[in-house]
Design a protein around this ligand. Structure first.
Ligand SMILES: Nc1ncnc2c1ncn2[C@@H]1O[C@H](COP(=O)(O)OP(=O)(O)OP(=O)(O)O)[C@@H](O)[C@H]1O
Length: 339
C-alpha cells in the first residue's frame, strides 16, 4: 500500500551542533497509528515538527524524502503547506489550555478552521462547532461553546483541541504527548476518544509519548527513539511483549513500574544527555546493561550498529540482536518501518 506519510533520511540540527534527528526514516500507512516513543530529548517532537514544517527558525533540516499523500513537503510552497496543515494534518499538543487562545470563545476557535478552510459563514461555523463539541463528548455543548480557556478543565480543553484538530477531517493526526498533562482517568478517556475517532474517520496517527503504557492501547506500530535515532521498530505487540533492543526492554521495565531487589523503583541508569558525548559506536552503550553483561562494550563503543530486520517484521539497532541472527543478516532498508 502507498504510504500516506513518507520520511526518508531526515536530519535536523541546531547551530551546526550534532544532529538532534539523525537520518531517520519512517512510513505511516493510511489509517495506521504509529507511536514514537522515547525519553525526553530523544527527538520525537522535532520529528513531528519536521513533518508539519514548523521547526524553530534556528533548526536546519534535510531529508531525501518528506512526502504526505503525494505532496512533496520539502518543496511545497507556504500556501500549500498551510492548507495541508489545516485540512489534511491535524495537530494535538501536551498543554491544551495553553494552546487555546485565552481571548476567544471555544466556538470561535473550533469554528475558525471551518470558516478559513471550508469557507463556512459565521453562523454555519458556530452551529457546526457545537456539533463538533458534542461529537467529542462534551456535555452541554451549547453552553461550552461560549466558554473561554480558563473556564475549562484540562480534559475538556483537550477535547476542544481534538474538535479543532478534526474539524477538517484530516487524513493524519499528529498527537504530541496529548495526555501527559492530564490525570490518569482523564487520560484514559482521551485515549478512548482518539481511538473512537480514528475508527470513525479512518485517519492515521503519529502518536508521540514517553510512556509505552500510554501507546499500548492505541498504536498499531511503535518506533522507539533514542538520541535522534530509531533504535527499534515493530508492531505494538512485538515491541510491548517481545522487545529486542536493550533500551526498549528498559523502557518496558520502567513502564510496568518494576522494582529493583531493594524495593526501589527501576529507572534506566544515566540519562539521554550522555548520548550527546558519543562520537562513535552505539549511542545507548554508556547506559546499556546488556552490553556489560555480554562483555561487548568495546564493540558497542567502536561502531554504531545499523537498524537490522529481526526476521519477524521488526527491526533493532543493537549488536546483541544482530549477532544472534548470525552472518546472513539482510540489508538496512528499514522500509515499511523506520531507519
Ligand atoms: N530550539 C532549540 N535549540 C536547540 N536545541 C533544541 C531546540 N529545540 C529542541 N532542541 C533539542 O532537540 C533535541 C530533541 O528535542 P525534542 O523536543 O524533539 O525531544 P522529545 O523527544 O520530543 O522530548 P520532549 O518530550 O521533552 O519534548 C533535544 O536535545 C533538545 O534539547
Amino acid at each position: 500500500m502507498t504510504a500516506l506519510l513518507e520520511i526518508e533520511d531526515l536530519t535536523v540540527a541546531f547551530n551546526g551542533a550534532r544532529p538532534v534527528i539523525d537520518n531517520l526514516s519512517l512510513e505511516v500507512a493510511p489509517g495506521e497509528v504509529v507511536a514514537l516513543v522515547g525519553e525526553s530529548g530523544s527527538g520525537k517532537s522535532m520529528t513531528a515538527m519536521s513533518v508539519t514544517r514548523l521547526l524553530p527558525p534556528a533548526a536546519r533540516m534535510s531529508a531525501s524524502t518528506l512526502r504526505f499523500d503525494g505532496t512533496d513537503l520539502l518543496t511545497a510552497p507556504d500556501a500549500r503547506l498551510n492548507k495541508i496543515r489545516g485540512d489534511h494534518i491535524g495537530m494535538l499538543f501536551q498543554q491544551p489550555k495553553r494552546m487555546l487562545d485565552p481571548t476567544a470563545t471555544v466556538a470561535q476557535q473550533v469554528g475558525e478552521p471551518l470558516r478559513r478552510h471550508l469557507g463556512m459563514s459565521r453562523k454555519a461555523a458556530h452551529e457546526h462547532a457545537v456539533e463538533l463539541l458534542a461529537d467529542v463528548g462534551i456535555a452541554e455543548p451549547e453552553r461550552r461553546a461560549g466558554s473561554y480557556a480558563h473556564q475549562l478543565s484540562g480534559g475538556i480543553a483537550q477535547r476542544v483541541m481534538i474538535a479543532i484538530a478534526l474539524a477538517g477531517r484530516p487524513e493524519l493526526l499528529i498527537a504530541d504527548e496529548p495526555t501527559t498533562a492530564l490525570d490518569v482517568t482523564v487520560e484514559v478517556q482521551i485515549l478512548q476518544l482518539l481511538a473512537a475517532k480514528r475508527a470513525q474517520y479512518g485517519m492515521a496517527m503519529v502518536f508521540i509519548s514517553h510512556d509505552l503504557r500510554v501507546v499500548a492501547s492505541i498504536a498499531d506500530r511503535i518506533a522507539v527513539m533514542y538520541a535522534g535515532r530509531i533504535v527499534e521498530t515493530g508492531t505494538a505487540d512485538q515491541i510491548l511483549n517481545a522487545p529486542q533492543h536493550p533500551y526498549t526492554k528498559a523502557l518496558t521495565t520502567c513502564s510496568t513500574l518494576c522494582c529493583n531487589d531493594d524495593g526501589s523503583l527501576y529507572v534506566i541508569p544515566g540519562d539521554v544527555r550522555s548520548a550527546q558525548e558519543i562520537t562513535a559506536g552505539c549511542r545507548f552503550q554508556p547506559r546499556c546493561e546488556v552490553a556489560r553483561e555480554h562483555g561487548i562494550q568495546a564493540k558497542c563503543r567502536g561502531e554504531e550498529p545499523a537498524l537490522e530486520p529481526c526476521g519477524d517484521g521488526s527491526a533493532s539497532r543493537c549488536w546483541v540482536t544482530i549477532d544472534r541472527k548470525g552472518p546472513e543478516r539482510s540489508d538496512d532498508s528499514g522500509k515499511g518501518a523506520a531507519a
